[in-house]
Write a protein that binds this ligand. Structure first.
Ligand code: NOJ
Length: 742
């Protein structure tokens, strides 16, 4: 028998380096690229949709047969929306066994807040201010997703936004860069783990500043300064890069008049240059091609070149790279070296995931079956949902409802399995969800629970609803009414000009109020709604957001007090649409106004004549069944230098007779700076469990570096002078001490 060594020495049957699991990844990548034709290289940058549409149908779609053909020719680097262990396995088989070089494909999908077990929407999860919880939720989502053949999720989304008209606020973590950054990093870690077959690659999206779309209208223009970009919008993406996210997705919008997909400053200079990101950048759905609609690229050839030159790599769905890039290289319009660098970034991921060595490791049907909707996953989703629901009012102390004998439940949303999910429900199935009605029935098995629809899905009052409510209320101890927006009104392409409860919903509540029975209002929505009238007229309000698979159980856990609410909203709630954008970390004007200061001397100031300046509900606000009292805010020293840190402490007393969790928030204000700084900036927070009657001393280590900010070029500035250090239960009700930075 001839030894393998001898054969390889002769050059016969020599194993290609790229197939050698023992060779270093970079060497394998180089070897493989050296064997690829131009078309095969461009193929690696081509991502096509193989399932449900999560964007508009594209003119370039090659059709199912066309896609299989492309796959066999080695011209598909990745599929999105192909899912399921069996289905992905078959596609992978074609790629690996029927294409010339056998390069495996990457399977990507939008796993935003769960794969099969759906967690609360990210904005709700953000309201729990719980990085460990967010990490755990991402880990569970990754485990389910990877068992379904997926390698890669297009999440987490970390677009800071101040506009609840924008439907995608549900996908992010609200208006604050610090909270958003903490959660983005946690989610990246949860999704990716150690890059094994129980995890999925994460995507930083949408790069960048998509959340600032004008007037909250989807896909609209973004026009913010670099100073604002660096300080308000870029920090979460940066934190996610530092957390090791493998991929980044371009956003649809312009930045400085240039589409993000072809934006050299954003991708090459900031992401790859300043932050040293080495991974792969994928377009958003057809966004390379959309550079033509923006009026930036004249044709597909230009669009593909612009994307590549700007540092973007993979073309999701537009086909402009597939159609033109090989020819552009042949024509000398773009260098092959640039193409190779992009291809290398795609291949590197595939090697790192071990797909060349075991292409089928993510496609095990038995594992898939065992991984989905497990009791452990459902319990985690229930806990996450209950931690995310925000108690806005409990002025009559109706809650918790310990042992009602009869409950009247109102509103379509209470019985809807669909609406506790949303547009980004992953593979979630409404059949697996728990509604409010079901949750209450399970929680209070001895109680009579009656349901009157009252309003239908579109929020219109049902015929005869008022009389039905009156009659049913006679036998009820308490009424639980659901209002809000149906689930499909949260997510992409779901901007709303006026996110208010409908007239029918308000009429239903009015009918319920007339009965004089205790009334609990549940507001279910994927964004802060305009609830000014509701907050004025009703005394018990739980903002449930959209809770996912376990929504109804989580509501019931809070209503009966098994869970003491602790959530605090991650977005300000506007008083009216006219106030938008309203956010806590704004600058002072040269003529500042404070609500309540109205008077003769308060005319030529920055204010509305018909509306307050302050939001209805401030960022960071939420109640508990416990009562927390803050006192004794202290700092360990009044002055620090730039290398020091200061300890900030505060006492928080739980003066009630129920154990509770309080989210203690620390803000700063840099009083004089060039450029100017916001009136408040969140710099730290802690979730603290405080037993009934006990007092906790909560401490924060505040290093001087946290007093820094960015200039318009992204350089860090740390300016000497006076700072306010503020601590409290939300962004409005704060105590303060002075700190000097020497
Ligand atoms: C468009 C969305 O903007 C993006 O977030 C998503 O990942 C892709 N479609 C794929 O579905």
């Amino acid at each position: 028998m001839v030894s393998a060594m001898a054969v390889s020495g002769l050059g016969f049957g020599q194993k290609a380096i790229y197939k050698d699991a023992g060779a270093p990844v970079q060497q394998r990548v180089r070897d493989l690229i050296s064997r690829m034709t131009l078309d095969e290289k461009v193929g690696q940058l081509n991502q096509v949709n193989g399932g449900v549409l999560t964007g508009p149908a594209v003119a370039n779609d090659p059709g199912q047969q066309g896609k299989v053909k492309l796959l066999k020719e080695g011209k598909v680097g990745s599929f999105l929306n192909v899912v399921g262990a069996a289905q992905t396995k078959e596609v992978q088989r074609i790629a690996v066994e029927e294409s010339r070089l056998g390069i495996p494909v990457l399977f990507g999908f939008d796993i935003i807040h769960g794969a099969k077990t759906i967690f609360p929407i990210p904005l709700a999860e953000a309201s729990a201010w719980d990085t460990e919880g967010a990490l755990k939720a991402a880990e569970i989502a990754a485990k389910e997703a990877s068992s379904m053949g997926l390698h890669w999720t297009f999440a987490p989304m970390m677009d800071v936004s101040r506009d609840p008209r924008w439907g995608r606020v549900m996908e992010g973590s609200g208006e604050d860069p610090y909270l958003q950054a903490q959660l983005a990093a946690a989610r990246v870690k949860g999704f990716q783990g150690n890059f094994d077959e129980n995890h999925v690659l994460a995507t930083i999206k949408h790069f960048a500043i998509y959340g600032a779309s004008e007037a909250g209208r989807e896909y609209n223009t973004v026009d913010v300064s670099r100073y604002a970009a660096w300080n308000y919008y870029l920090p979460p993406y940066k934190a996610a890069v530092e957390a090791g996210a493998a991929t980044v997705m371009n956003s649809f919008n312009l930045f400085e008049g240039e589409p993000a997909s072809g934006n050299n400053y954003l991708v090459n200079e900031v992401l790859r240059g300043k932050w040293g990101f080495k991974g792969m950048v994928v377009s958003d759905w057809a966004s390379f091609g959309e550079m033509m609609a923006h009026g930036y690229a004249a044709n597909e050839t230009e669009a593909a070149i612009m994307a590549l030159k700007a540092g973007s790599d993979m073309d999701m769905e537009s086909g402009v790279m597939r159609n033109t890039l090989a020819q552009s290289v042949k024509d000398g319009k773009v260098s092959e070296a640039l193409l190779d660098a992009a291809v290398a970034r795609v291949l590197e991921l595939k090697f790192k995931l071990g797909l060349f060595d075991n292409p089928y490791k993510y496609h095990d049907e038995a594992k898939e079956k065992a991984s989905l909707l497990t009791a452990e996953n459902l319990a985690a989703a229930r806990k996450a949902a209950a931690n995310s629901m925000t108690l806005l009012k409990n002025s009559d102390n109706i809650l918790p409802l310990k042992s009602p004998k009869s409950i009247l439940v109102l509103g379509h949303l209470a019985e809807s399995q669909n609406d506790v999910l949303d547009f980004w429900k992953g593979l979630g199935d409404h059949k697996n969800t728990v509604t409010v009605l079901e949750g209450l029935k399970a929680k209070y098995p001895g109680a009579t629970i009656t349901f009157v629809k009252g309003v239908n899905r579109d929020g219109k009052l049902e015929a005869g609803a008022e009389a039905q409510i009156k009659a049913a209320a006679k036998k009820a101890d308490v009424i639980v009414a659901t209002i809000g927006l149906y689930g499909d009104l949260a997510g992409e392409a779901r901007s709303l000009g006026n996110p208010e409860p409908s007239k029918g919903q308000m009429d239903m509540l009015a009918a319920a109020k007339l009965t004089n029975k205790p009334l609990v209002v549940l507001v279910q929505a994927g964004r802060p709604m305009i609830i000014t009238e509701l907050m004025t007229k009703y005394n018990t309000i739980l903002y449930t957001w959209i809770g996912g698979t376990q929504h109804g159980n989580a509501v019931a856990d809070i209503l009966n007090g098994d869970v003491n609410p602790s959530s605090k909203t991650a977005m300000s709630f506007p008083v009216s649409v006219g106030q938008i954008p309203v956010y806590y970390n704004h600058y002072n004007s040269g003529r500042p106004h404070k609500d309540g200061n109205e008077g003769p001397g308060d005319f030529w100031v920055s204010r509305y004549r018909d509306t307050p300046n302050e939001p209805l509900i401030p960022f960071g606000y939420g109640l508990s069944y416990s009562k927390f009292e803050y006192s004794d805010l202290n700092i360990s020293k009044p002055e620090i230098n730039q290398n020091e840190s200061v300890t900030v402490s505060v006492k928080v007393k739980n003066s009630s007779n129920v154990d509770g969790t309080e989210i203690v928030q620390l803000y700063i204000r840099d009083l004089v700076a060039q450029p100017v700084r916001p009136v408040k900036e969140l710099k730290d927070f802690k979730r603290v469990v405080i037993k009934a009657g006990e007092t906790a001393t909560v401490t924060f280590e505040l290093p001087a570096t946290k007093l820094s900010f960015y200039d318009a070029d992204g350089n860090t500035l740390l300016q000497k002078g006076d700072f306010k250090i503020m601590v409290g239960p939300n962004s409005r009700d704060l105590s303060e001490v002075k700190l000097v930075l020497k």
